[in-house]
Each structure stands twice: as structure tokens, then as C-alpha cells.
Ligand binder design. Structure first.
Ligand code: NAD
Ligand code: MG
Length: 331
């Protein structure tokens, strides 16, 4: 056992914005991440061009902030650094529009490695490729920056033709506020595979499935849906907040000894480790990526079905009624 970090963590003192200050950065997309990157870069003194489709509804919002807006192709052609912040499923099509604007020595940047790692975008060999990925939604990246605080982030290099891509990535991370909080160095592969595994097995898939199955087990046994909702969904936040604040021990120390003993002895029974390993395998061997790419090509027939079933689940109706009746969410 060691308490040393196995990866590098970079802070403000390890990064120098001058590596990006004399460059023009094209931020393509103005959604969650796009607006935050564009505004933070611009406030940090970096020359920013926002690239949006002619029909984009975000044009007005970006222009109101004083940003220069043009098309993705024009922005990329003019820029030295191109950050792709359109949805991952749309990136290959946008890349086709901008590839001619990538000159030797330019940098193509990402905030998630899916399209590079699974070969959906294959950049020219004379272009640098890197990733700066804030570990939180864009509105927090912007809000933290404005408060003088930071958002933790990841830095990865996929292709370095100039020998400068890492310094440039760190400069970018500093300009959007990430090095104020800490930037962890990783690889495209590690970022993608841990991200997909986490969202499928633990965060999005694992947690919702556990909540739903717990709810159904109680309701099927004749307990009231309202009790089941509070027990299996509402209280989850209290437990997760404790884990977030001080790890598992803070949570165990805060609940009753009965809850602690029951949890420690029974928790393992609900977890299917082989199932988790299979999920990881599907991420590593590209099976999930292939499935998701063809699902999109077919206009998402299964996605729509799964979504509808989730919407129709009893826990949704019970929850929305209870959230209206109780005012605990009001600030
Ligand atoms: P988003 O869905 O919020 O925004 C996408 C923007 O792209 C839209 O607002 C629009 O300006 C543009 N766009 C949408 N459809 C388009 C189309 N068909 N053609 C051209 N432009 C189009 O996306 P996001 O969540 O900001 O994600 C951008 C990237 O950041 C992704 O790679 C994502 O994985 C990554 N990322 C997101 C988060 C997050 O919390 N949202 C966190 C880290 C990394
Ligand atoms: Mg260019």
C-alpha cells in the first residue's frame, strides 16, 4: 500500500498561459462545456473564436457576451488550436467540416476521448492532439472561474508533433481555471474506459438500477410506494453527501451501528462483480462503442424505448408527486 499518487497533478504554478496567449483558439459548440471554455479563455486574455452552425440557436448568446462567432469551418481555418465541444455523437460530422482548416502544427483538442480512442476521428499525423476535460458540468466550470476558484480537470496527450502540446494543454487548463483546483495527467484510453465504465456500472446505470430494484422489491412485497421512494431514492443523497465529504468511514460513523452492521454484512449480496467485469470488457474491446455508434446511425430506436420505459416507471410518478408535496428541496 502506498499513499503516493501514481499520476502527476498540476496546479497554477506548473502552467504558463503564455503558451496559448499568442494563439487563436476556436471553440466549436456553445453548450455546457463550450460556453464555459469560450468565456473563461476570453477572460484569461486568450483570443477566442466560437464556431457554430448558421442555424445555431446559441449564436445570440455568444455574441451577447462579446464573443466573435463564425462557422466551425472558418473558425478552425483561422485558429491554431481547435477545441471540439459539440456532442460526442456529432463530432465526426463536424470534424469532416473542419479538417481542411487543420494546418501542420495546429492542435485539435477534446474534452472527452471517445472519438479518438474508438477511431471515429483520425486526425492528420502533423497535427497535435490533446485533451483538457473538466471533471464537472460547464456551468460549474464557468461559475467557479468567476468566483476565482477552479474545477478539477484531466489532461492527456494523444499526438505531439511540436513537442509543445503538453505545455499548451496546461496553459489551456490554466486559462479555463482547472489548474486552480488541480489537473490530473491521464491518457485518452484511460479517460474513455474509466468514464464509460463508471457511468455504466456505478454512477448512472448501477445506481438507478439499484434504486429501482429496491423500490420494486418493497412495493411488490406490499409496502407503500411513498415509503419505498423515500427509503430507496430520497435518502440516497444524504448517504452520498457523507461519502463525498469524508469517504465511507464518515458515512459509517454517521449512521446507526445497526445500519452499519447491516450494510457491512449484506451489501455485497446485491453486487454482481462478474457483471461489472463484463461491462468493463465491453468497454475495453469496443463492443459498447460499436453498439452505440450503430444505434446512432439507426436514429436511436433502442435508446428511445429504454428512455420511455424509464419515464413510465412507477417511481417517476410517485417521485414527482412527493417532490411537489414536500418542500425539502426549496432553498
Ligand atoms: P452540449 O450537448 O451541452 O452542447 C453541444 C453544443 O454543440 C450545442 O449547444 C450546440 O452549440 C452544438 N451542437 C449541437 N448539435 C450540433 C450539430 N448537429 N452540429 C453542430 N453543432 C451542434 O455538449 P457538452 O456536454 O458541452 O459536451 C461537449 C464535449 O464535452 C463532449 O465531448 C463531452 O463528452 C465533453 N464533456 C462534457 C461534460 C459535461 O458535463 N457536460 C464534462 C466533461 C466533458
Ligand atoms: Mg488552422
Amino acid at each position: 500500500m502506498t499513499d503516493e499518487f501514481t499520476t502527476e497533478i498540476y496546479y497554477d504554478e506548473n502552467a504558463d498561459v503564455s503558451h496559448i496567449e499568442d494563439k487563436t483558439v476556436a471553440v466549436l459548440g456553445y453548450g455546457s462545456q463550450g460556453h464555459a471554455h469560450a468565456l473563461n479563455l476570453s477572460d484569461s486574455g486568450v483570443d477566442v473564436l466560437v464556431g457554430l452552425r448558421k442555424s445555431s440557436s446559441s449564436r445570440g448568446a455568444a455574441e451577447d457576451e462579446g464573443l466573435t462567432v463564425t462557422t466551425p469551418a472558418e473558425a478552425a481555418a483561422e485558429a491554431d488550436v481547435v477545441m471540439l465541444l459539440v456532442p460526442d455523437t456529432v463530432q465526426p460530422a463536424v470534424y469532416d467540416d473542419i479538417r481542411d482548416g487543420l494546418d501542420a502544427g495546429d492542435t485539435l483538442m477534446f474534452a472527452h476521448g471517445f472519438n479518438i480512442h474508438y477511431g471515429q476521428i483520425e486526425p492528420p499525423e502533423d497535427v497535435d492532439v490533446s485533451m483538457v476535460a473538466p471533471k464537472s458540468p460547464g456551468h460549474l466550470v464557468r461559475r467557479n472561474y468567476e468566483k476565482g476558484e477552479g474545477t478539477p480537470g484531466l489532461l492527456a496527450v494523444y499526438q505531439d508533433t511540436t513537442g509543445e502540446v503538453k505545455q499548451e494543454g496546461l496553459a489551456y487548463a490554466k486559462a479555463i481555471g482547472c489548474t486552480r483546483a488541480g489537473v490530473i495527467e491521464t491518457t485518452f484510453r484511460e479517460e474513455v474506459e474509466t468514464d464509460l465504465f463508471g457511468e455504466q456500472a456505478v454512477l448512472c446505470g448501477g445506481v438507478t438500477e439499484m434504486v429501482k430494484t429496491g423500490f420494486e422489491t418493497l412495493v411488490d412485497a406490499g409496502y407503500s410506494p411513498e415509503m419505498a421512494y423515500f427509503e430507496c431514492l430520497n435518502e440516497l443523497k444524504l448517504i452520498v453527501d457523507l461519502m463525498y465529504e469524508g469517504g465511507h468511514m464518515e458515512m459509517w460513523n454517521s449512521v446507526s451501528d445497526t445500519a452499519e452492521y447491516g450494510g457491512l454484512t449484506r451489501g455485497e449480496e446485491v453486487i454482481d462483480r462478474e457483471g461489472m467485469e463484463e461491462i468493463l470488457e465491453g468497454v475495453q474491446n469496443g463492443e459498447f462503442a460499436r453498439e452505440w455508434i450503430s444505434e446512432n446511425q439507426a436514429h436511436r430506436p433502442s435508446y428511445k424505448q429504454y428512455r420511455q420505459a424509464e419515464q413510465d416507471h412507477q417511481i417517476e410518478a410517485v417521485g414527482s408527486r412527493l417532490r411537489e408535496l414536500f418542500a425539502w428541496e426549496a432553498e
